[in-house]
Design a protein around this ligand. Structure first.
Ligand SMILES: [Zn+2]
Ligand SMILES: [Zn+2]
Length: 246
């Protein structure tokens, strides 16, 4: 009788709380809205706890510092505020590679949800009119099959109830890979790489620009610059990950 009751109770619990597999480790567990089990979420957060983002850009710096070396030296930014969720190392780096280069689009949901949590915690990001993902050139997008930043923006749009636009900002230059280029080279590489197709669509708007990763910042600076020049009121930036500077 006791066993029958235990089986019945377990069946009821499974009905109310269906066990799902964690998107990261594959274990069955009760998942948070991110699709990560508590262990994986903690593991990701532990990798970030000694760092915070710079007050002026998404670069990660040790807790207790205020600015990264570039901002300390007076580097100016085209965006108004910018944050990132996790420093680019360990499991986060592997996850981004999986998402971006190995076609694993399943990562869009957990990464996007974690970005939503970061946005909701930061009052500088509370008045946004629209989301714009950093665009890929059409050729690159058709090679890859998707734009990872657009998938993240879609999740963030669902989480915040905000519209996303993919037709306003486009990439007109299919620049060679940024890897291996120094900061100055990256900036020159991106000059005139982006174009705004509909100025009216950005004028007076508070825009949240979304990308997967921030390294030198050349890409989001180029996008923010053209959005500001076309009349955007404020350009805010969130990337899932960013590099570390000391
Ligand atoms: Zn897990
Ligand atoms: Zn900085």
């Amino acid at each position: 009788m006791k066993q029958v009751f235990a089986d019945w109770w377990q069946a009821l619990l499974n009905l109310i709380f269906p066990a799902c597999r964690c998107v990261c480790c594959g274990q069955e567990a009760l998942l948070s809205a991110t699709g990560l089990c508590p262990n994986c979420k903690k593991n990701w957060e532990d990798g970030a706890k000694e760092y915070r983002t710079c007050n002026l850009c998404p670069t990660f710096i040790p807790v207790g510092e205020d600015y990264c070396i570039n901002c300390w030296e007076g580097k100016k930014h085209w965006f108004d505020s910018a944050i990132a969720v996790f420093p680019y190392h360990g499991v986060i780096r592997d996850t981004i590679h999986d998402f971006k280069y190995r076609g694993r689009v399943k990562w869009a949901k957990p990464l996007g949800r974690l970005m939503v949590e970061a946005i909701q915690k930061d009052s500088r990001f509370h008045h946004i009119d629209m989301l714009i993902p950093v665009p890929l050139h059409e050729r690159r997008k058709s090679q890859r099959g998707y734009n990872q930043s657009e998938l993240l923006a879609k999740e963030i749009g669902l989480g915040l109830g905000l519209p996303m636009s993919t037709g306003i900002l486009i990439r007109v230059k299919n620049t060679p890979s940024q890897t291996g280029l120094k900061r100055k080279g990256r900036q020159e590489n991106l000059t005139n790489a982006f174009q705004v197709l509909d100025s009216c669509g950005v004028q007076g708007k508070n825009i949240l620009l979304i990308d997967d990763i921030y390294t030198t910042g050349a890409t989001v600076e180029a996008c923010s610059r053209i959005l500001k020049r076309e009349g955007a009121r404020r350009v805010l930036v969130i990337t899932f990950s960013a590099g570390k500077y000391y």
